[in-house]
Design a protein around this ligand. Structure first.
Ligand code: TMP
Length: 206
């Protein structure tokens, strides 16, 4: 049962339309083939409380929501996810794979929303026992390609427009520089991107 990935916390993150949900599924299969016991979760969501917060965040009815409100709601969902699912899974030696995490709040609210990346990190450090995963891979994609991968009906965050989403991308790149996160070009086809993610995960110095 013990393998390189046991007890490790891995995050795939990136702008809307970067393909990370598909890539999480492919990485999960790879890790499971390697004998890891994988638990994969989405942020915001997964817990009952987190899914309700997610509905509030993404509802198109909530156009009045401010950026600080977004920060606190995303963080609240994340804190619940940490305590209810992630911490117990890591303690049991599982490999935890997350579709988004703190890096999203840094890029969306911190950078694109103007709240400040450092301020987001301060709140995370005050509210999460462990804000940073063992490995974060940022799937970088240009706004044009990303827009073509978005669903027909857009939620409140997806609807924020081209300028905002371009800033989200810049926010990820800024954060990656600050925290030395892995960044890869996710505009290639699914199989090629998956192969690159697997290489990064296999070469990670856990
Ligand atoms: P998802 O559809 O990829 O699960 O993400 C939900 C939306 O919420 C997506 O548009 C990105 C956005 N988001 C933030 O703005 N801040 C955050 O901290 C997180 C986790 C997601």
């Amino acid at each position: 049962m013990s393998n390189k990935f046991a007890g490790k916390f891995i995050v795939l993150d990136g702008p809307d339309g970067c393909g990370k949900t598909t890539q999480c599924g492919m990485l999960r299969d790879f890790l499971a083939d390697k004998g890891a016991q994988v638990k994969s979760f989405r942020d915001p969501g997964t817990t009952v409380i987190g899914e309700r917060i997610r509905d509030i965040l993404l509802s198109n009815e909530h156009t009045a929501m401010t950026t600080p409100t977004e920060v606190l709601l995303y963080m609240a969902a994340r804190v619940q996810l940490w305590h209810e699912k992630i911490a117990p899974a890591l303690a049991a030696g599982k490999t935890v794979l997350l579709d988004r995490w703190l890096s999203s709040t840094c890029a969306y609210q911190g950078y694109a929303g103007g709240f400040g990346i450092e301020k987001v990190i301060e709140i995370a450090e005050d509210s999460l026992p462990r804000p940073w995963p063992d490995l974060t891979v940022i799937l970088d994609v240009d706004t044009e390609t990303a827009a073509g991968r978005m669903p027909g009906k857009l939620d409140r965050m997806e609807q924020k427009g081209r300028v905002y989403h371009n800033a989200v991308r810049q926010g990820y790149l800024e954060l990656a520089k600050m925290r030395n996160l892995a960044v890869l070009d996710a505009s290639a086809d699914m199989a090629a991107v998956s192969q690159k993610i697997i290489e990064i995960v296999e070469e990670a110095d856990f």
